[in-house]
Design a protein around this ligand. Structure first.
Ligand SMILES: *Cc1c(COP(=O)(O)O)cnc(C)c1O
Ligand code: SF4
Length: 340
């Protein structure tokens, strides 16, 4: 076998490598999933600076031989990404205009977001930060100093959000150093972590990481990112249980994606499954219009229909807030169903 499965394990210290591996080669992916050559050729033809990347765990949840699998479509490069569509840009939600020091985005008064790494376990083709300049917006380059100083100086900030990329891709040592510094800032009440790792690479949430969570003194909210019930395997369930047992509050955000989860039935299943595994549905984000993601956009009319149907299928507490990020400092805008 000559498959370029590239093991990456930032948490490899102290023993066994149980951090999974990633596939970055389109031919290997298409072989393993038994996909037709046409799919492979189109993916190779794209030649994007945002390359294919998929974790083995996520790959295992994809149906063999199905080019329309809802998980596959999230990660498969397509030539459609080359189309320039009006209204789509490199920075659709105004991250950069709210960047106060490299990697620190202060858009909302009492919470601040750090893009702690550009790395992710999978590359989601619809990602709103797919064109984000992680190299220049890197808060780690001065050992977090300017980020920590900024937060120290802004006593209105109550919550620090670790984002990225995926913050759980950081070496645990780095993550731990950063969080220790955040914990020393008296006005910080909560730590939030935005991560897809427990969903797409649950094996990375290992004993070491779980032990670290035990030591964090701030209340931790983890906002997961799952778009489809097929992503929520029993391995995912068991890792989430272990996080909950440590007092980590689990919320989920999804993105409404054409061909992936644009049906009320799928979204209702997702909410029900999230409930079963102890996760509160939080946001259903409408697509942020990043260059290269236009083929995922669901029309306004269909969105309204899905939202209305979803509400009839779910109890209120499992209905995610349907939001659009318009880059405003007042917060994300909630879709109104009243007019229906
Ligand atoms: C969405 C977002 C947040 C978090 O907002 P909540 O509504 O509190 O979940 C924070 N910072 C930025 C830059 C965001 O885009
Ligand atoms: S930041 Fe999140 S949405 Fe974007 S590629 Fe990484 S895991 Fe996917």
């Amino acid at each position: 076998m000559n498959r370029p499965i590239i093991p990456r394990s930032p948490l490899r210290k102290n023993g066994k490598n149980n951090n999974g591996s990633f596939i970055r080669d389109i031919t290997a992916l298409c072989e393993q999933l038994q996909l037709p050559n046409s799919v492979k050729d189109a993916a190779i033809g794209l030649n994007s600076p945002f390359p294919l990347r998929i974790s083995k765990s996520f790959l295992e949840q994809i149906e063999r031989g199905n080019p329309n699998d809802p998980l596959l479509l999230q990660v498969l490069p397509q030539t459609l990404e080359n189309s320039k569509v009006e209204g789509f840009s490199d920075d659709p939600v105004g991250d950069l205009s709210n960047s106060v020091t490299p990697g620190v985005i202060h858009k909302y008064r009492n919470r601040v977001l750090l893009t702690v790494t550009g790395a992710c376990a999978i590359h989601c083709r619809y990602c709103f930060r797919r064109n984000f300049p992680y190299n220049s917006e890197n808060p780690k380059r001065d050992n977090w100093d300017s980020a920590i100083n900024y937060i120290h100086q802004h006593s209105e900030i109550e919550e620090v959000i670790l984002s990225g990329g995926d913050p759980l891709m950081l070496e645990l040592e780095n993550l731990s150093e950063l969080v220790q510094q955040i914990e020393q800032i008296h006005h910080i009440k909560r730590l939030r972590i935005h991560s897809r790792i427990p969903i797409v690479a649950p094996e990375r949430v290992n004993e070491q990481m779980l032990t670290w969570f035990d030591k964090v003194s701030l209340p931790v909210v983890m906002v997961l990112h799952s778009n489809h019930p097929n992503e929520l395997s029993t391995e995912v369930e068991s890792v989430l249980n272990r996080l909950s047992q440590r007092g980590v509050r689990l919320l989920n955000q999804s993105v409404l994606l054409k061909g992936v989860n644009d049906s009320a039935e799928t979204l209702a299943k997702l909410s029900n499954r999230l409930f079963d595994i102890g996760v509160q549905p939080y946001y259903l984000n409408l697509l942020d219009r990043a260059h290269g993601s236009a083929h995922f956009e669901v029309s306004a009319k269909h969105t309204q229909e899905i939202a209305a149907a979803l509400q009839t299928l779910l109890p209120g507490y499992l209905m995610p807030k349907i939001v659009r990020d318009q880059g405003k400092s007042s917060g994300k805008v909630v879709l109104c169903l009243e007019s229906l």
